[in-house]
Ligand binder design. Structure first.
Ligand code: C2E
Ligand code: MG
Ligand code: MG
Length: 414
């Protein structure tokens, strides 16, 4: 309906010399589904009505406003003198939209927005094209942050297309069993014996292996990460069981937990379900958490971490030194391992400050009764220096890359 109207307008305007350009803006409240979940659909609808009234107050009577997809608005702005007018108008719309809502009279609700704009005739020549490009501009806005307006950019289109493809592919990855785990062991620096391994997620499809940094952010954005990590708990637990049954020398396996899973209200149940079913000892299971995961909510984190600790699981701080390191939490939270971030290990031979940082982290972990694990050890010289500094364990390509399951099994058999 809206598309027909747009195409009709564009066609007619071809015969008049008045309109110079028009714009399509897609406006998207951030996390609106959360509002519906927490406040109910009725309140959600009230807010949507208020939003559309706010938009109507700004646009001209001949412009078109429509709901678009579940929670977006599409605004078609006609007869713009200059392309920049579109930005000006959409900025004004965002300014009023982001003022607080009070649907039930009481508590103020703050909502942020993203908006993407495509222009006729600069970006597109017909409605479908305008929509595609406004969506691409919306992605651009999301990258810039909340309450920003994105424009369509050619160079952006290609990367946006790839992202859409990635996202669509990821939606099916679980059902198609395309996720696999690789296992990267870590070793005692003095004896060289294997002390544990880290399970690292890979996405395998059509013979291509995609590394986690390329797709985990999408799993996090879409909320799918919790489902995937839940699968990882079960997968690792069942593998530990199989390896034990085969009489291999099983070592503790670490899994990385994202902030979303860590904050998920079902996490305790999920862990218990995965591990209980396989009857494995909790000390064969370790959780790796980066600082940003717990720094925002120390009270909740403290409770959950203490609970996991009491259950007998191991706990590691991952990428230590790169987050918002506040040393006070170290004394309060029951971690067993400090993983020294790869960036310090990488620089410590050339840069004395990095070396001092590594030295200090190792010292700190000893004083706090934690084991230090150096990440990303690639060279013999790094190993030697870490040994000299008293580091406990090392992980890195020098001793082993992340291994496919069958190769890791062989390592456990030796
Ligand atoms: P991380 O947890 O710090 O994992 C260590 C990363 O360093 C791994 O990259 C590993 O392959 C890489 N690495 C290990 N040794 C070396 C080395 O000597 N040199 C170099 N250059 N790299 C080394 P990977 O597998 O690409 O994983 C990257 C990150 O993705 C992980 O960092 C972790 O934050 C995240 N990740 C992986 N699996 C999961 C998962 O299941 N859940 C979550 N939330 N994050 C995961
Ligand atoms: Mg890790
Ligand atoms: Mg790490």
């Amino acid at each position: 309906m809206l598309k027909e109207k747009i195409d009709g307008f564009i066609k007619d305007s071809g015969f008049s010399d008045e309109p110079s350009s028009c714009a399509l803006a897609i406006i998207n409240p951030v996390n609106f589904s959360l509002i519906n979940h927490t406040l109910g659909f009725e309140t959600g609808n009230k807010i949507i009505v208020e939003m559309s009234n706010k938009i109507k107050n700004i646009i001209k009577s001949y412009d078109i406003l429509a709901r678009w997809e579940a929670d977006k608005f599409a605004v078609f702005l006609k007869r713009l003198k200059f392309d920049e007018d579109a930005l000006h108008i959409v900025n004004r719309i965002l300014a009023v939209l982001s003022e607080p809502y009070m649907p039930d009279g009481g508590k103020k609700i703050n909502i942020s927005f993203n908006a993407g704009i495509s222009l006729y005739p600069k970006d597109a020549g017909a409605s479908q094209d305008m929509f595609d490009k406004a969506e691409s501009a919306l992605l651009n806005s999301r990258l810039k942050g909340e309450n920003t307006v994105g424009f369509f950019k050619k160079e952006f289109e290609e990367s946006a297309r790839k992202k859409v493809e990635l996202r669509n592919g990821l939606n099916e990855a679980m059902a198609k069993n395309q996720f696999v785990l690789h296992y990267q062991p870590y070793f005692d620096i003095k004896t060289g014996s294997i002390k544990g391994a880290e399970a690292l997620l890979r996405w395998q499809r059509d013979g291509i292996l995609t590394p986690p940094m390329e797709f985990i952010p999408f799993l996090e954005q879409s909320g799918m990460i919790t489902k995937v990590e839940n699968w990882i708990f079960g997968e690792v637990a069942s593998k530990i069981k199989i390896w034990s049954d085969r009489g291999l020398n099983v070592v503790p396996v670490s899994v990385n937990i994202s902030p979303a899973s860590f904050g998920d209200p079902h996490i305790k149940d999920d862990i218990e379900a995965a591990l209980g079913k396989n009857g494995i000892a909790p000390d064969l299971f370790n959780f790796e958490i980066v600082e940003r995961t717990f720094i925002d909510n120390l009270e909740y984190s403290g409770r959950l971490l203490n609970y996991l600790k009491e259950k007998g699981f191991g706990l590691s701080i991952d990428d230590f030194g790169t987050g918002y390191s506040s040393l006070s939490y170290l004394a309060e939270l029951p971690f067993d391992y400090l993983k020294i971030d790869i960036s310090f290990v990488r620089k410590m031979l050339l840069d004395k400050h990095s070396r001092y940082i590594v030295e200090t982290i190792i010292y700190l972990s000893k004083k706090l009764n934690m084991k230090s694990i150096a990440e990303g050890v690639e060279a013999e010289e790094q190993l030697e220096l870490l040994k000299e500094l008293g580091c406990d364990y090392i992980q890195g390509f020098l001793l082993s890359k992340p291994l496919e399951e069958t190769k890791f099994e062989k390592l456990l058999g030796n």
